[in-house]
Design a protein around this ligand. Sequence first.
Ligand code: ADE
Ligand code: ZN
Length: 342
Amino acid sequence: MTVPAKNKPMNIKHLPKVELHLHLDCGLSYEVVSRLNPAVTREIYQEEFVAPAKCLNLADFLTRAVKGYKLMQTAEALTLVIEDMFRQLAASNLVYAEVRFAPLQHLDGGLTSFEVVDIANKAFERCIHQFKIEARLILCTLRHYSTDQSMETVKLVEQFRGTNVVGFDIAADEAGFPIDPHIAAFKYARENGIFITAHAGEARGAESVWETLEHLRPTRIGHGVRSIEDPLLVNYLIAQNIHLEICPSCNVQINLYNSFTDHPINELYRAGVSLNVNTDAPAIVDTTLNREYQLLVDNFGWTATDFYTCNVNAVKAAFISAELKEKLLQKLGEQFSLPNAL
Ligand code: ADE
Ligand code: ZN
């Protein structure tokens, strides 16, 4: 496989990309929002669906997420939002994406949780072919959910085994709610061979990552950036090959770091932690994956080789078969060598 040459100028838009951490309900474009609710003007969208450049904390940031999922309560709305998401993936030249959402947030219109996942899975199947982008779904439980709600969510992943639904996650306010009620659902996931990731080390520090690794035992951590506060933990992540799904601008916005330059992604990467670059919530953060890449070039001098390495690591950590990993690795190798990417 060809590895890109170092330090050549690059065309970020054309770089093939892999995204593993992307919330469906936090990525609604103005176009889809105004279609679902024509009363929403651009000004209202900016005010209600996009967060300010600096939020007080994660909980403040998450108040914007409510607007998105409230609009996604019917089969038609869910499908339109998924098509909208694929258009955005195409604009950043994604070759593979894992998109997550919490199905139990979509029951207000009378759909059952099974119907919600079925609709999303079928829309994914159509879009994967239409847009020629490989993509899979991760189902999230939420920190403030009960044990029963977490169990219902993990059992949905099991029921959809063999479809585009491939993994289980816990999201929402890490600082406000403990993981204890969710340990049983993650045990169930492990016992049933379900891939696991978990948000941690974002609103709380390294101790939260340790706790998550011990009790939920994920192979990947959503964010995990505050692992940098504990060198033993950084070594542990490297030794155990735990992959970090890093979302730099989102972390700056929730006030973990003053500016992009203060973000530890470069330090974690140089230390040898397996990680990749993600948006988390493109609408709320007001970003794109192209923009995140540009910020890494501008702030840390990242080259095509660095992006190639991160994307290879992302494919290796993806919740897919060895065959599909091989196919994607080949695609990355080919596209990173194309003259229009480098
Ligand atoms: N849901 C959407 N974005 C999130 C984040 N950054 N942390 C936890 N839950 C989220
Ligand atoms: Zn997230």
